[in-house]
Design a binder for this molecule. Structure first.
Ligand SMILES: *Cc1c(COP(=O)(O)O)cnc(C)c1O
Length: 217
């Protein structure tokens, strides 16, 4: 299938309240432009260097989402333009983002990435760490940060019950924190599991290979 057909196919499966973030990592700028020309504006990248190269040549109205593990020493390179950092996985990183946001005289939108998968290969906060950080945020510790919501990745398994359980952990936390301060974004679901993620309450999906084709790595 072509990128055009893949894109239409994904869009047709998304309810109106669910946002699509097109994950363009490893794909060349020509392919990104193809999706951009179809009207897509939100793109996700997981590496700072690759994001900088693409950002410098692609249109300015692209909304760039950082979705991969971010080292504190690289925050400064993206702080001026990034639309949202979905992968805040430590309080140390959040402090650094707040600092760089202040230097850039802006607020930076972020999601707290929570580790919901049983596999121990993924980055992310525990539920308790996320609650602590959220409380510190509510107490005014991060004036240049806007916490928009939560992000999580389920295990790469076929067991639908397990995936559902993992997504539910994040949805429950989202509801709990939203009572303290309303949150907007619950980012869960990728090419393989986004329909299930939406059933579990996701309102933002990050889809790469189902649009661009399989990555070769
Ligand atoms: C690569 C990636 C995706 C997209 O994965 P696909 O399976 O290609 O849709 C989503 N989220 C994160 C955090 C990723 O690193």
């Amino acid at each position: 299938m072509s990128i055009y057909q893949n894109y239409q196919d994904i869009i047709s499966q998304l309810p109106e309240n669910v946002k699509l973030v097109t994950v363009s990592k490893t794909n060349p700028v020509e392919k990104i432009r193809e999706v951009y020309d179809l009207g897509q504006r939100a793109f996700g990248e997981n590496k700072v260097q690759e994001l900088l190269e693409k950002e410098s040549v692609l249109p300015n109205d692209i909304e760039w989402h950082l979705i991969g593990h971010l080292q504190t020493n690289k925050v400064k390179y993206i702080a001026g333009f990034v639309a949202i950092i979905e992968s805040i996985d430590s309080e140390k990183l959040l402090k650094e983002v707040n600092k760089e946001a202040l230097k850039n005289n802006r607020k930076i939108n972020i999601l707290l990435q929570v580790k919901i998968a049983k596999e121990d290969t993924k980055f992310g906060l525990t539920v308790d760490e996320a609650k602590d950080i959220f409380n510190n945020y509510l107490n005014g510790n991060y004036p240049n940060i806007e916490i928009k919501g939560l992000m999580g990745m389920a295990s790469f398994v076929d067991d639908e019950i397990q995936i559902r359980e993992e997504f539910s952990i994040l949805k429950n936390l989202f509801d709990e924190l939203s009572e303290l301060k309303p949150l907007e974004t619950l980012s869960m679901g990728m090419s393989g599991d986004f329909p299930l993620a939406i059933k579990c309450g996701s309102n933002s999906v990050r889809v790469g290979s189902a649009i661009f084709g399989e990555r070769n790595y």
